[in-house]
Design a binder for this molecule. Structure first.
Ligand SMILES: Nc1ncnc2c1ncn2[C@@H]1O[C@H](COP(=O)(O)OP(=O)(O)O)[C@@H](O)[C@H]1O
Ligand SMILES: [Mg+2]
Length: 534
């Protein structure tokens, strides 16, 4: 039943419902992506679980999000349950063995897993604009902020770096507009307010260092099993945009960092994108196009992407057509929209003369699905009604203590726990402002001394003639030192033009570093995240 180079999904049924043959996913075509669809409660998560198990056993690392918390059991040994045993017997899975899997838990908020962070510089303006649902004008300003930062060596690590950058831009909107195009104060203000909202939603935890190293998601155990990275996403789902953007960022990181490998005999990583509709909901056309591009190109980097969602219509056609391996659980077909979804799903399969796909989709039982995978030469197999195998790991969640234990024993325990706050735009701009303020004070002091000397020398040359506004009152200088009553502090023009403002100084030094760093500006990839190794 378990074959080399293939992952056992379940067993198909004949027209009379008796079991037919094993259905497999060929590891050689597993990087041709996949789709798991079906209504709530029809068995999508369990299917994801058995696929993750199969990949892990084949030495392929897996990334998946745990949207409802019910996937965490994959880290624990399976437990005897009547209905699981029954399914195993029906499909001839003998022996049905229990197994626990090497899991690394991740969590943007750091509660249910190791912290996952990235820097704003690494994420880039395209995804950030999406995350903050920006208008075109705001996105324009954000692009300029990244351009100035990228060119000028101002690293944007966290949200306060971007805030500092935006304040700086607000102070120089005029000068910047002449160089970069319209930098409106209004858009800057809007972005700054959105950043505060983002912060309140807890997103600031996600931006900073130490940033996630992709290699930590691609581990294998000493006995050759692929690590399963499980992202705790229950809390994250309250901020669907952050969830979608995060997964997209991860995908683009993989894409930018991994080398080309062509079509390997098994994937280097399999990425499950659960609740995939959140990625595409209201997504601007340009983003959908980029996602389509990444999905198409990431295949030759040996990464298989599997979208999990209720309805195949949730995934844009251009992406859908690239998903070669399909597992369709039951869908209802009452409303016209539902009927359309079932029709779409039915039509994408290579037909089976034994049954009508449309009808079959509406009649599938729980844990049963229409399955078609890519076979030799990459041709889709004839669709089969398939009883999905029961998992070897636990069905349902881990207990808190068990999760803690897994985290303590994880190969990345302690690596991502503490925040690191290295010198970045916020500190650099602040330091520049402070330096500029000091320089300004120094300059003023000198000017004052010069003035005083001048006064003094005048007294020498014109004895007896005092300043017209001179009086005998005591006077104090800037530092509170008492001045001689005869030498009143001279009137000075406190003109804005002579005085170099703090911001001006910061601006100048930013411009200097722009000039000095031309030619080593950062390079961004398809989804705007940073290209590495350049
Ligand atoms: N392959 C399967 N074998 C046995 N039981 C299954 C299988 N798939 C699903 N089930 C049962 O159906 C329930 C719901 O499945 P689940 O995967 O959570 O649905 P979904 O993710 O589509 O909402 C599971 O808790 C389990 O009891
Ligand atoms: Mg589910």
């Amino acid at each position: 039943m378990l074959e080399d180079g293939k992952l056992y999904i379940g067993t198909s049924r004949k027209p009379d419902d008796s079991v037919d043959k094993g259905e497999y996913l060929d590891l050689g075509f597993a990087n041709r992506h996949g789709l798991i669809t079906g209504a709530t409660g029809t068995g999508k998560t369990v299917t994801l679980q058995i696929l993750a198990e199969g990949f892990s056993n084949a030495g392929v690392p897996v990334f998946c999000a745990d949207v409802k918390g019910d996937l965490s059991g994959i880290a624990a040994m399976g437990e005897y349950k009547d209905f699981l045993e029954k399914r195993a017997t029906t499909i001839g899975l003998d022996p049905y063995e229990f197994q626990e899997f090497p899991v690394i838990f991740w969590d943007l908020f750091g509660d249910k897993g190791h912290r996952v962070r990235t820097t704003l510089t690494e994420m880039g303006p395209l995804l950030l604009a999406r995350l903050m649902d920006m208008t075109d004008a705001q996105e324009g300003v954000l692009n300029i902020a990244f351009k100035i930062a990228d060119e000028g060596g101002l690293t944007l690590l966290d949200l306060k770096d971007l805030q500092a950058m935006l304040s700086y831009m607000g102070e120089h909107s005029k000068e910047l507009s002449s160089t970069y195009g319209n930098v409106s104060k209004q858009s800057i203000g809007a972005i700054q307010r959105d950043l505060l909202v983002l912060e309140q939603q807890g997103a600031e935890k996600f931006f900073g260092e130490p940033a996630l190293k992709i290699s930590d998601m691609m581990r294998t155990t000493p006995d050759g099993r692929g690590a399963i990275s499980v992202l705790a996403a229950d809390k994250l789902m309250m901020n669907p945009r952050l969830y979608g953007t995060f997964l997209l960022w991860l995908l683009s990181e993989l894409f930018e960092e991994l080398p080309e490998v062509g079509d390997p005999d098994k994937p280097r990583l399999v990425f499950f994108f659960d609740e995939a509709h959140l990625l595409f909901d209201e997504a601007p056309k340009v983003l959908v196009e980029r996602v389509e591009q990444v999905v198409r190109l990431i295949r030759s980097k040996g990464v298989g992407v599997y979208f999990v969602t209720q309805n195949p219509l949730d995934v844009p056609e251009s992406v859908l057509s690239q998903l070669g391996n399909r597992i369709q659980h039951a869908l209802r077909a009452y409303t016209p929209r539902e009927q359309k979804a079932v029709k779409t799903a039915a039509e994408t399969f290579r037909p089976n003369p034994d049954f009508d796909c449309f009808e079959a989709i509406t009649k599938l039982g729980v844990g049963e699905a229409l399955v078609s995978t890519l076979e030799s030469k990459g041709v889709p197999s004839i669709v089969q009604r398939t009883l999905i195998r029961p998992p070897s790991s636990r069905l349902g969640p881990l207990k808190d203590g068990e999760r803690r234990n897994t985290m303590d024993l994880s190969p990345v325990a302690g690596v991502y726990d503490e925040d690191l706050d290295r010198n970045s735009a916020f500190e650099i701009l602040r330091k520049r402002a402070e330096d500029a303020a000091k320089a300004e004070e120094e300059r003023r002091r000198r000017e004052e001394e010069d003035d005083e000397e001048l006064q003094e020398s005048r007294r020498w040359t014109l004895p007896g003639f005092g300043d017209p506004d001179d009086d005998d009152d005591d006077d104090y200088d800037d530092r509170g030192r008492k001045r001689s009553s005869r030498r009143k502090r001279p009137r000075r023009r406190r003109s804005g033009s002579r005085r170099q403002s703090v911001a001006e100084a910061a601006m100048k030094s930013a411009a200097r570093s722009v000039a000095s760093s031309l030619g080593r500006a950062l390079v961004r990839g398809i989804l705007g995240s940073l290209k590495k190794g350049l």
